[in-house]
Design a protein around this ligand. Structure first.
Ligand code: CAA
Length: 239
């Protein structure tokens, strides 16, 4: 049974992804940052084991992956989903708002990939899927920090895809549009209403619609797909 690890896997797109991977026959583990009540509820509902650590912390990722693998066996599929927003116009953005987003969204991806890549290379199989965003492609008012990280994940993933292709490891990005999660729920309603008018499909994505694409990219069938960014945004932006 293949093992999948989903960061930020107890809520939103991450939870839907963890659930979808489990439904597809994977042994799944999920990480979370700090909301242990929600994580424990999720674990109870799904039977998916949950682990708490800060993906921005290099040592914590190494140690956390070792704890997961002791329970599940080696990680075959890594989904870098953990991410935060600290939206502000640049002229109002604090050093902290910049740094937190960079450290979690981009640093977290490096830390987690670094923790699993040697094992994947040795075993000559791996699937890495990282959660980008439509806003990493199009830009968005108030998101110079977030969009910078989501765009950076693309260059990171293309490079790692080139390094890993000969070892049967694929590395891809999914760029969701506005999805029905707490993150989007935190956007001021008037702003969100304006944004929704720019989505041709005329609604938010469901987390399950994003999760299905992760399951596909993680599958054996997707072995020839690497280095891509798959947009799932209801037509909001066509790169
Ligand atoms: N497009 C164009 N202009 C916009 C805009 C938008 N989406 N959002 C805000 N503006 C404009 C406003 O009209 C305003 O213009 P004026 O200065 O000409 O009046 C200016 O930008 C400042 O806006 P605010 O008055 O709202 O300024 P603020 O400082 O109070 O708040 C903000 C700014 C924090 C960016 C707020 O507008 C906001 O939260 N916007 C939402 C940003 C967003 O879309 N975040 C996505 C979160 S979900 C996510 O990230 C998931 C994903 O991957 C898609």
């Amino acid at each position: 049974m293949r093992v999948a690890l989903v960061t930020g896997g107890t809520a939103g797109i991450g939870a839907a992804t963890a659930q979808a991977l489990q439904d597809a026959g994977y042994r799944v583990a999920a990480t979370y940052g700090s909301n242990s009540d929600a994580a424990n509820r999720f674990s109870k509902q799904t039977g998916i084991p949950v682990f708490a650590w800060n993906v921005a912390d290099f040592g914590a990722c190494r140690e956390g992956v070792a704890r997961v693998e002791a329970q599940t066996g080696p990680v075959d599929v890594l989904v870098n989903n953990a991410g935060i927003t600290r939206d502000a116009m640049l002229h109002k953005m604090s050093d902290e708002q910049w740094r937190e987003v960079i450290d979690i969204n981009l640093g977290g991806c490096f830390n987690m990939c670094r923790a699993v890549i040697e094992g994947m290379r040795e075993r000559r199989f791996g699937r890495i899927v990282s959660m980008g965003s439509v806003n990493g492609l199009s830009g968005q008012v108030g998101q110079s920090n977030y969009a910078a990280t989501k765009a950076a994940l693309i260059g990171f993933s293309k490079s790692l895809a080139l390094e890993s292709a000969s070892r049967n490891i694929t590395v891809n990005v999914i760029a969701p549009g506005y999805t029905d999660t707490a993150m989007v729920g935190a956007v001021p309603p008037d702003v969100l209403a304006t944004i929704l008018k720019t989505v041709p499909v005329g609604r938010l994505a469901t987390p399950a619609e994003i999760a299905r694409a992760v399951v596909f990219l993680a599958s054996e069938d997707a072995g020839f797909i690497t280095g891509i960014t798959l947009s799932i945004n209801g037509g909001k932006y066509m790169p």
